[in-house]
Design a protein around this ligand. Structure first.
Ligand SMILES: C[S@@+](CC[C@H](N)C(=O)[O-])C[C@H]1O[C@@H](n2cnc3c(N)ncnc32)[C@H](O)[C@@H]1O
Length: 375
């Protein structure tokens, strides 16, 4: 890149809509070399730990606006600014602070864009343990410093609290057999756990998610078969001894319609995954679901068990996660409240209509659960 202005280079190609896997493969080593790691991002943004960070990235991004100038003085800070805070950086800082090799890899992988004055990330980069995951930016700071929220049916979410919960739960499962990451999104579950399993297949109904799963597998040096598939249509062959994972889309239907086109009732998600498991072939599944518990039903665990009464399963384990941001306690619903960080909210002002909607439908509480099932 000698003699070439890297900012003009990043301006040159505006046609990328997805990152390019081959150049992105260089990024992890270059990120690590400048200290852009999960621990560094947690410490820089003042989060408690990596789970707290992914749960509240937007809040930490807002709270650390005063650090912008300081962040642009070190390579790790500048990458945090571009890819975690999703904020622009001055082109001069970009040129002088980041090593040339890293600028070239960022440019060639198509994940930055810029003008003569400002450079910005086109994707989020989430460090998880020693790996990195590209995804869409759920929010971004515009040039005036205001936050814009990204909306769209095919947005590929960064890893979030439910991803981390299912990741921990899946890591307790027996290693060895083929791993099938259903609804893979950016690929965080399958790519993180692939080394424990014989093979990895990632599938998602959203072609953009499938593409990002492929890029993130490549970026992290993991072999994966990636498919665009709808899990509800069945017919996907599951090899003996497989572990299926599904962090289901956490969507509550509002009175005015669905929150996202990926909406899927948890019962449907569970039945679809269990329906794929061939009986007696050592296959099992682990899922993260958000369950609306109607008045009169004792618990989320009882409700989930009732969904499988007609399906012969060997073992069913349901764990309620009451410290999740998606938990809506029974006491809050009549008061017209839900937690401010609840991922079921479409925006900040939605708590009263959501609580009202839950009350009108006689929902007693909303409980996130992890489910393990084998056949
Ligand atoms: C909550 S995200 C989970 C993403 C990622 N696995 C994670 O844990 O961060 C749910 C994913 O399921 C996908 N999905 C929704 N409906 C699906 C379906 N019918 N078949 C396959 N994937 C689906 C969505 O596109 C989305 O990527």
């Amino acid at each position: 890149m000698n003699g070439v202005d890297p900012v003009n280079e990043v301006t040159a190609d505006r046609t990328f809509t997805v990152p390019k896997g081959r150049a992105a493969r260089l990024l992890p080593a270059l990120f690590r070399a400048v200290g852009f790691t999960a621990e560094q991002v947690v410490a820089t943004l003042g989060a408690t730990d990596p789970v707290d960070l992914v749960r509240n990235t937007g809040t930490y991004a807002l709270l650390t606006d005063h650090l912008s100038d300081q962040l642009c003085r070190t390579p790790a800070g500048l990458l945090t600014q571009l890819f975690v805070r999703n904020a622009p950086v001055p082109a001069d800082d970009y040129r002088t602070v980041l090593p040339e090799e890293l600028r070239r890899a960022l440019y060639c992988s198509g994940i930055v864009t810029g003008t003569a004055d400002l450079v910005r990330g086109r994707f989020s980069v989430t460090p998880v343990a020693s790996r990195y995951f590209l995804s869409d930016q759920l929010f971004a700071f515009d040039d005036a410093g205001d936050v814009e929220l990204t909306d769209g049916v095919d947005v590929v979410l960064p890893p979030h609290a439910s991803s981390m919960a299912l990741l921990r739960y899946a890591a307790e499962a027996e290693p060895g057999g083929p791993l099938i990451d259903v609804g893979s999104g950016c690929g965080v579950l399958g790519v993180s756990l692939a080394a424990r399993h014989r093979s990895l297949t990632a599938l998602d109904v959203n072609p953009r998610a499938a593409h990002l799963s492929r890029v993130n597998a490549e970026l992290n040096g993991v072999a994966a078969r990636v498919l665009v598939e709808d899990v509800t249509t069945g017919g996907f062959p599951v090899p003996d001894g497989s572990l299926l994972l599904f962090n289901t889309p956490t969507t509550i239907r509002y009175a005015d319609g669905g929150r996202s086109s990926a909406a899927m009732p948890p019962r449907r998600a569970l039945e679809s995954v269990v329906g794929l498991l061939p009986a007696g072939r050592g296959c099992h599944a682990r899922l993260f679901l958000v369950v609306e518990v109607p008045r009169g039903v004792r618990s989320a665990s009882d409700l989930v068990a009732s969904w499988l009464t007609d399906v012969p399963v060997d073992r069913l384990d349901v764990r309620e996660i009451r410290d999740s941001a998606a938990f809506v306690p029974a006491a809050m619903i009549p008061q017209g409240r839900v937690g401010p960080q609840c991922p079921l909210l479409r925006h900040g002002g939605d708590a009263p209509p959501l609580a009202r909607h839950l009350r009108d439908r006689e929902v007693h509480e909303v409980v996130p659960v992890t489910v393990s099932v084998s056949r």
